[in-house]
Write a new protein. Structure first.
Length: 125
C-alpha cells in the first residue's frame, strides 16, 4: 500500500468551500475510475480465470484506489467539521460578549414619568 503523510496548511476562510469541492471532485474521478476498473475486471476474467493471483493483484490495486477515495472523503469531512467547530466557537464568543456587555444604566425620561405616574396612582388608591 502507498504511504500517506498528513500535511497541514492554512487557507482563507472563504476558500474552504472550494477546497472541499476540489477534494470531492477528485474523489468522484477516482471512484469513477474504480468503477470502470471493476467492470473491466468482471469482463476480462471468466469464472475459471477469476481464481488466480493475477486477479487478486488487480483487486488489491482496486482496493488501494478505493482507500485513497476514502482518505479524500475523510479529509473533506475533517475540513467541514473544523469549519463547523470554528463557527460554533465564534458564535459562542459573540454571545458571551453580548451577555457581558453592560446594559444602559440610564433610563429614558418617558419611563421615569410613567413610573412616577404609577406611583402617584398607587398613593391615591
Amino acid at each position: 500500500m502507498r504511504q500517506r503523510v498528513n500535511v497541514h496548511y492554512s487557507v482563507d476562510l472563504e476558500e474552504l468551500p472550494s477546497e472541499v469541492e476540489n477534494l470531492l471532485s477528485k474523489a468522484d474521478e477516482r471512484l469513477s475510475t474504480c468503477y470502470q476498473t471493476l467492470q473491466t475486471l468482471i469482463k476480462r476474467y471468466d469464472q475459471h480465470i477469476l481464481m488466480t493471483t493475477a486477479c487478486t493483484e488487480d483487486i488489491g490495486a482496486l482496493r488501494e484506489e478505493l482507500a485513497s477515495v476514502d482518505f479524500m472523503l475523510n479529509d473533506a469531512t475533517n475540513i467541514i467539521n473544523g469549519y463547523v467547530s470554528y463557527r460554533l466557537q465564534d458564535n459562542n464568543e459573540i454571545a458571551q460578549e453580548e451577555e457581558a456587555a453592560p446594559t444602559n444604566p440610564y433610563v429614558e425620561v418617558d419611563q421615569i414619568q410613567e413610573k412616577i405616574q404609577q406611583f402617584k396612582e398607587s398613593l391615591t388608591k
